[in-house]
Write a protein that binds this ligand. Structure first.
Ligand SMILES: Cc1cc2nc3c(=O)[nH]c(=O)nc-3n(C[C@H](O)[C@H](O)[C@H](O)COP(=O)(O)O)c2cc1C
Length: 226
């Protein structure tokens, strides 16, 4: 498994930040990932949650939008992740874009999106995906695949008339992760990788200009050892 990182990747220095805040920086890396032909789903991210007793669990979900307010994804509110987010509303997101040797880590508090935002996204999805959301009691044990196939067939018939909108089930909707920490990792063939972490400062914290630097929009940033 020990493969060399053959390609040379540019070192990621403080001077190569496109902005002194992490949302524009994320946009810049995400755009490159989206334009890289052998990255099929640049928006796939590992979502880590934890139960109220601190037991972690992780799975992939798709990023469906981001801005200063946070990073949005959609799922089933009654799923394992939904239950964990209900009892412990904090999460971590991890991207890894292998051909670029780039990774981004995001941590923060999580909130449900307003119902209107979930409705809007639900209605923008293909009807087959909408029916899929209705069919699946995500994360519940079921007796066979046939149960899902039968439910899908029944609902496809029920909603055969495309003029009838499919209502969003209450159990399905969006979340936003409100970032408190965003780290950018750039792998290097030398294994002396680059890590620049933006975070919200603690209430009385003043950046010292040596280890910690003042960024824009209330962020501070620092370089971490790899
Ligand atoms: C690339 C990829 C993208 C996925 N995107 C989503 C998604 O956006 N929403 C979702 O609910 N599940 C998505 N899944 C399925 C989840 O990984 C997971 O199986 C499901 O959400 C149930 O997780 P839970 O039981 O931990 O709640 C995706 C899986 C993969 C591999």
């Amino acid at each position: 498994m020990r493969k060399p990182y053959n390609e040379k990747h540019n070192t990621f220095t403080e001077d190569s930040l496109v902005a002194k805040e992490p949302i524009k920086q994320f946009q810049s890396w995400f755009d490159v990932a989206c334009q890289t032909p052998n990255i099929l789903e640049a928006n796939a991210m590992c979502l880590s949650t934890a139960s109220k007793t601190g037991k972690p669990s992780a799975r992939y979900v798709l990023l469906k939008g981001f801005d200063k307010e946070g990073f949005r994804f959609f799922t089933n509110y009654s799923s394992r992740k939904g239950i964990e987010l209900e009892e412990n509303p904090f999460a971590a997101l991890t991207f890894y874009w292998e051909p670029l040797l780039k990774s981004v880590r995001i941590e923060g508090a999580v909130k449900k999106l307003p119902a209107e935002a979930s409705d809007e996204y639900f209605q923008s999805r293909p009807r087959s995906s909408q029916i899929g959301a209705l069919v699946s009691s995500q994360s519940q044990a079921i007796s066979s695949r046939q149960v899902l196939v039968d439910d899908e067939e029944k609902l496809t018939k029920e909603y055969a008339d495309e003029k009838i909108p499919i209502p969003r089930p209450d159990k399905w909707g969006g979340y936003v992760v409100i970032p408190e920490v965003i780290e950018f990792w750039q792998g290097q063939s030398t294994r002396i990788h680059d890590r620049i972490r933006f975070r919200r400062p603690a209430s009385s914290e003043e950046p010292d200009g040596v280890l910690t630097h003042q960024g824009d929009e209330g962020w501070i940033y620092e370089r971490l050892a790899p």
